[in-house]
Write a protein of this length. Sequence first.
Length: 149
Amino acid sequence: MSRRHAPPPPAPPRTVNRWRPEYVYGVFAVVIAVTATLAFYLLLVRGLHRQPDLTNVWQLLGLWLVGVNPTAFVFYGFDKARARGGAGRVPEKVLHGLALAGGSFGAYLGMHAFRHKTVKGPFRAFFWLIVLVQAVLIGLILFVLYRHG
């Protein structure tokens, strides 16, 4: 067989990249949010000498919101700094995930404080869809509590 008509060499096997940015930044965001939540809990217990009732769902939710909102705010600032520096960006899935996890207020503040993701239409539309779903859920919870309480 001549070299001109030889079959191409086999392609190298595809490797699965487990270190995709969505996973790395997503895990990092969750770790920071949980750490902030625990730090606020310790501040309440040690600093203010107040013991939250960890069996109360509303107090746990409040602690989580205090942890996830600053995390969302910081991630928007971090992504803006990475965008200016031309470095690898925080995936939009992570930013939306933080908003979906309850950090929509921190995400909103981060968007406006850092002027980040305020022009991109599809990103904003999905963000406001998350906020709308959260508002409807809050309304339903309040309705059920009012009717049964």
